[in-house]
Each structure stands twice: as structure tokens, then as C-alpha cells.
Design a protein around this ligand. Structure first.
Ligand code: LMR
Length: 352
């Protein structure tokens, strides 16, 4: 064989090797890729919510992300979407049921439209006097029984996170019960909140949280109710003349997940996420009061709205008008649920 033909055969063999090597590399890459797409890819928890990061819920969601990723050593990735960036109130529950997001913490006033009316017990005016009373329900058997009611909807309730006690705000005076008559106020989608507003002579208007600031600014509604942390972080106080520190009701959250997603997680990972959730719940419930106190201070300092704290006598006048809502809402919430909560907290509607 001439040296030329030897070179030619080597070249042909080598070019065949290169082709083989190339095909091998492509198939290896494809195999790796499909591996990433299935077993080796960390599951992603998209945690969507409607409030600012700088609120009890926003901070607790970030805390959960950190602890979940630490405890699972990166086997789970958590993406937090605050401020309705992904979904608004009603959409987010639908998205959870469809599996487009994996975790939410809607306020307890937002479960009625899903058909779980018992959660509206938390909206009853003046039901809880303190976080201590509230925790007897949310951290005890009654709270667990309520979360179990979400299961037929494909939803698993993981925990309760606190926010706080609500203030009223408005561009019209809100000093006396009579002042409220005829005002238009935004509410969350709860029949109990609707009844509460009607008892005051207010025209309630259900509206997504993300739309409230503009509605107040444009005068679509006169006022609203929310804990100070939500009022302040959405700058609602800048478009409200009066804030009444009425503490007339509670607003807090149920942290929920899609049960199919949850059940499909490896048992070890689920256990680590449960641990992260326990720690986040402790954290959320620890910071809620101070966050709301600081927010109220922020509202005061801004000088944008007049902050008013009712006297004991004035509070009593509102209680007399609003506590009867407990009775009228009995058929909606269920007498048994209301009585269980009364038993835990010692609330007696006949003693004001
Ligand atoms: C509201 O709609 O006013 C609240 O539920 C917002 C929130 O999630 O705290």
C-alpha cells in the first residue's frame, strides 16, 4: 500500500470515528437533558400571593422559600410571586386547582366562593379580642377540622399564618356608626363581610386586592378595611383621609397546596417541607403583631390620614350593631362551627 492510500484509509476511518463520536455525544446530551426534565429536576413550588413582600405574609413566604431550599438541600426550588404579579385573588385559587401554581396563602375571607363557607367564621366582627384567642382556634383541633374541609376541592391546608386586626379607612368621616351610612366600601368576597357592612348601612363592593388602591384614589369607593400592614404597604393611607383603629375583625391566612402535587413528592422531601412550613408559621405568627404596629406608626407619621382610636364606649356602640351579624350568618357558616369557635375563645354574644 502506498503511503498516500494509507493516509486516505486512516482519514476515512477517522472521519467515521468523528461521526460516531459526534452521534454518541448528541445522544448522551439528549439522555442527560431528558434526565434533567424528569427525575433529576428539582420540583418547583410557585408560591403566588397578592400582598407586598414587606408584610407578614410576604416575609413569611420568603422565609419558607429559604428554609424549604435549605432543608431539602436544593431538591425543591421555591419561587415567590408577590403583589398579584402572577394571579389576582380569584384567579390564584383556580390556578392552584389546575396545578399552574403549587402554593398560596389566601385570606380566610376568600374561601367562600370556593364553596367552603365555614372559613367565613373568621370574618365575624369582634369574634377575637387578641392573637391568643385566635390561636386557640387556628393552632388547635377546630383549625385542623376546618383545613380538612378543603380536601374535597383538591386542596391541602398546611397552616394558618397571622396577619392582624382590621382598621376601617375612608375619605368620609367614620367616627360614629351613623357616619358609615351610605358610604361605599371595598370588601373581600365574604358574605359575612357583606353582612357586616350592611349592618353599618354601608354599600359593600367586592373587589380584588390589587384594584383597591386605584378604586380609593379614583373615588370608586369611599373606603375599605384591612390590617395596617396591608393599608400601609399598598399606600392606601395616601388616598384615605381617615383611619379608624377599630380592631373590629381579624384577617389572616390559610397556607394551601395542590394535594396531587403534594402527595406526589417523595416522602422525605414532604417531611422537610412540613418542617419548613412549621418554622415559617412560627415566624409569621411572631412578626405579625410588630409588623402591624410598625405599619400603623408609619401611617401616623406620614401625616396623610388622620388616625383615630375609638374610646371603650365608642367600641361598644359598634359592637352592639355588628355582633348581631353572628346570628344572621349562622345559616351560612353553620351553627356548629360558630359554637365550636365560641367554646375555644370563651366568646359570649349575649355579653357585650
Ligand atoms: C385583601 O384582599 O384585602 C387581603 O386578603 C389581602 C391579603 O392577602 O392580605
Amino acid at each position: 500500500m502506498s503511503s498516500h492510500s494509507t493516509h486516505e484509509s486512516v482519514r476515512r476511518v477517522c472521519s467515521g470515528c468523528r461521526l460516531l463520536a459526534f452521534l454518541l455525544a448528541v445522544s448522551l446530551l439528549a439522555a442527560c437533558d431528558s434526565g434533567r426534565g424528569t427525575s433529576t429536576a428539582p420540583p418547583v413550588i410557585r408560591f403566588s400571593h397578592v400582598v407586598a413582600n414587606d408584610t407578614p405574609k410576604g416575609k413569611a413566604a420568603e422565609f419558607f422559600k429559604k428554609r424549604a431550599e435549605e432543608l431539602t438541600k436544593g431538591r425543591v426550588k421555591v419561587e415567590v410571586y408577590p403583589n398579584s404579579t402572577l394571579y389576582k385573588d380569584k384567579e390564584e385559587l383556580e390556578a392552584l386547582q389546575l396545578g399552574a401554581v403549587q402554593m398560596l396563602a389566601p385570606s380566610l375571607a376568600k374561601f367562600g366562593p370556593l364553596g367552603v363557607r365555614e372559613f367565613e367564621v373568621f370574618d365575624l366582627p369582634y369574634l377575637f379580642d387578641s392573637y391568643g384567642e385566635l390561636h386557640k382556634v387556628t393552632q388547635g383541633p377546630v383549625g385542623r377540622q376546618l383545613l380538612a374541609k378543603l380536601e374535597p376541592k383538591g386542596i391541602k391546608g398546611l397552616a394558618y399564618w397571622d396577619n392582624g386586626f382590621k382598621v376601617f379607612s375612608s375619605n368620609q368621616p367614620i367616627r360614629t356608626v351613623e357616619d358609615f351610612a351610605g358610604q361605599r366600601m371595598r370588601i373581600q368576597p365574604s358574605k359575612v363581610l357583606e353582612a357586616q357592612m350592611r349592618a353599618l348601612g354601608v354599600l359593600p363592593q367586592v373587589m380584588a386586592f390589587s384594584e383597591v388602591y386605584q378604586a380609593l384614589q379614583a373615588g370608586v369607593v369611599d373606603g375599605t378595611e384591612n390590617p395596617p400592614s396591608n393599608l400601609y404597604t399598598q399606600n392606601m393611607h395616601e388616598v384615605q383621609k381617615y383611619v379608624r383603629v377599630s380592631n373590629h375583625g381579624y384577617l389572616g391566612y390559610a397556607v394551601i397546596t395542590n394535594d396531587k402535587f403534594w402527595d406526589a413528592l417523595p416522602a422525605e422531601v414532604r417531611g422537610q417541607l412540613e418542617q419548613a412550613m412549621r418554622e415559617s408559621t412560627d415566624y409569621a405568627n411572631q412578626i405579625a403583631k410588630e409588623e402591624n404596629d410598625a405599619a400603623l406608626e408609619g401611617v401616623r407619621k406620614s401625616g396623610k390620614s388622620t388616625v383615630y382610636v375609638p374610646t371603650g364606649e365608642e367600641r361598644l356602640a359598634f359592637k352592639k350593631v355588628l355582633v348581631p351579624v353572628h346570628k344572621t350568618m349562622e345559616s351560612r357558616i353553620g351553627k356548629e362551627t360558630i359554637e365550636k369557635v365560641y367554646k375555644e375563645t370563651g366568646f359570649d354574644p349575649s355579653k357585650l
